[in-house]
Design a protein around this ligand. Sequence first.
Ligand code: AMP
Length: 397
Amino acid sequence: MKYIDQVDMKGKKVLIRVDFNVPVNESGAITDDTRIRAHVRTIRYCLDADAKVILASHMGRPKGQRVDKLSLKPVAEVLSKLLQKEVTFIDDCIGDNVEKTVAAMKTGDVVLLENLRFHIGDEKNDVDFGKALAKLCDVYIDDAFAVSHRKAASNVAITQFAPVSAAGFLLKDEIEYFNKAMSNPARPLVAIIGGAKVSDKIGVLENLIDKVDKLIIGGGMAFTFLRALGNEVGKSLCEYEMVDKAKEIMNKAKIKNVIIYLPLDCVTADKAALDAQIKVTRVDEIPKDSMGLDIGPATISIFAGALKDVKTIVWNGPMGMFELGPFSAGTFAMAKAVAESGALSIIGGGDTNSAVRIAGVSAKISYISTGGGAFLELLEGKTMPAVEALEISGGKS
Ligand code: AMP
């Protein structure tokens, strides 16, 4: 694969596929600019290398329709402030008008194209749409890790037609950190997996069992495992149809000498609400009418202790229903334990990222992935179509 710093950009039109899929409020204002900031390094690098910068992104799911609420126009203003230079917004992403504007660009100019998904061709990885995008540029840079698990014209088909294709710094960092953690890790390697359901992360658990030395399981999904060990879990989130799968994973772990850590105690409640009656109970004593909504103090101490001697940590998914104060202690305690472990730590997923941010320990995490679905697919051991496309095109040029 080619990387951004191996490409000559002087005076060239460089199209960067970014992920500006930012949250907006009712009045259309951007409420969190993290995703925009994540690409500033790549954009600045291109500007410093005397390129003409064309930015392309999707936003939401307009499914081939022009939807005003999903216009990228407000992003141009925010980006302009971050870069401290004018960003010209173009109200389409392909076609004659776009080509004319791009042809008139000067070195150091930045334009932002309208939402790629206003055309159905993007999500369909349509060859003609990829060709039309490629027509705009001399160099294509993919920096949108968060969509690299999805085949789109703007990250796959385009690489067949762009004269040069390479990965930007964000994509490069994501791939390099992930490989450091999973392909050739300093051991012991521990994975912490939490969140709601086993069924959502079964591929992740199955892949991790082959790779890690320890597997810590928290969150709602722990109750399916606890049930598989014969515990009554009351009203806790439990997928009874996944109990056999959980047994299978635990058996495989035994054969592979992987230590699985499960909760010993949990914070139970009569309901998932701020005013719930809460109580800490052992996992073999969960009352019939209660549900486990966070890991308990004994579990926190065992889980945190399991991080003491490890060299690499990968974490996805909260330890409890951390959005509600009474059930947040476990997730925040784990965030602190990961931060203080001294190990290489890679985390990913919206909930995990915000837990680390709220706990105030982001700076002590080695790498916070910008991909939710993409990060999970890497954890599942899947090949990323956009990365594969860059590998193929990098090998050609
Ligand atoms: P996921 O997207 O699978 O990582 O799941 C995240 C969600 O799992 C969060 O919204 C949490 O509130 C929820 N969650 C975590 N632990 C529990 C639990 N013990 N019971 C119910 N929901 C939980």
